[in-house]
Design a binder for this molecule. Structure first.
Ligand code: AMP
Length: 278
């Protein structure tokens, strides 16, 4: 695996590969890699000649400075894992490579997506996601971008970003959420949970499964309320439990055949999200 720290060197290298008609899969991450990230790398390996992974903790997408300060960093282990997964390139930029002195901040018109759910509870978060993705897309110019369903709304935001940037040539592939044996969605932030919090954290998946198994039994609002109560009983502070239309994220109605349930809740300040297709 080659590690690039400089954006222009990586772009130059990748453009040579493109001249040789090699296809490029791209997996953007913030590091502290786990099996969820490697599922994206493996999907890209299967389908593309060449796989680029980036590790960059993007400060502009953190609305909470404490969250940024405590974001886990395991770079040596990450590099070992990427070598074992036969990833071809790791892009490991420092902040000036992504946001150089002449960087012009743009505003991305995301519409409703920006003000609901994650957008409501993390103001500015999705603008930050778009800033970093816009830069990374310019640098890597992949054929396919591999994203995790774990970040459901983020997948929708990045799909919208590609439309705004008119990047029709870039495909998006969404990989299902990889979970621990007890159902907890893998997440870099799980590293911050102590033993007791880790046990309680499974409530997120249990609450989503409660919704899934009872969806024909109770009205939508009751399902949301009961799931929320389960989380509160287990020590969570709940931002939202929302059953929504899969493609608009508007509150689902009884007519929705295949909605999605989304949840965001914190345990002692560690914020976790998850979702389940119903
Ligand atoms: P992050 O490092 O958290 O920014 O995540 C990088 C990419 O990995 C994003 O596309 C995430 O949606 C994806 N990802 C994170 N956790 C999981 C998981 N448990 N299963 C599948 N994909 C995931």
């Amino acid at each position: 695996m080659i590690i690039f720290k400089k954006a222009d060197l990586l772009s130059g290298y990748l453009s040579q590969l493109k001249e040789q008609k090699k296809t490029i899969g791209f997996v953007p991450t913030m590091g502290a890699l786990h099996q969820g990230h490697f599922a994206l790398i493996n999907a890209a390996k299967k389908e593309k000649h060449f796989v680029v992974c980036s590790i960059f903790i993007n400060p502009t997408q953190f609305n909470n400075p404490e969250d940024l300060k405590h974001y886990p960093v395991t770079i040596v282990k990450d590099i070992q894992g990427l070598v074992e997964a036969k990833c071809n390139v790791l892009f490991l930029p420092d902040i000036k490579e992504i946001y150089p002195d002449n960087y012009k901040k743009k505003y991305y018109r995301l519409g409703k997506l920006e003000t609901i759910l994650e957008g409501e509870y993390r103001p500015g978060h999705f603008q930050g996601v778009c800033q970093v993705m816009d830069r990374l897309l310019q640098i890597v110019q992949p054929d396919t971008l591999y994203l995790g369903q774990k970040d459901y709304q983020q997948c929708m935001v990045i799909t919208k970003l590609l439309q705004l940037l008119e990047k029709k040539q870039v495909q998006i592939e969404i990989v299902p959420t990889i979970r621990e044996e007890d159902g907890l969605a893998m997440s870099s932030r799980n590293l911050r949970l102590n033993e007791e919090q880790r046990k309680k954290a499974t409530t997120l998946y249990k609450a989503l499964n409660f919704i899934k198994s009872n969806q024909r039994k109770y009205p939508i609002t009751t399902l949301e309320e009961r799931a929320k109560q389960q989380l509160i009983n287990n020590g969570f502070t709940v931002d939202y439990v929302h059953i929504a239309d899969r493609s608009s994220l508007k509150k689902a109605t009884s007519k929705n055949k295949h909605p999605v349930a989304l949840v965001a809740a914190s345990l002692d300040g560690i914020r976790l999200i998850d979702n389940l297709l119903l």
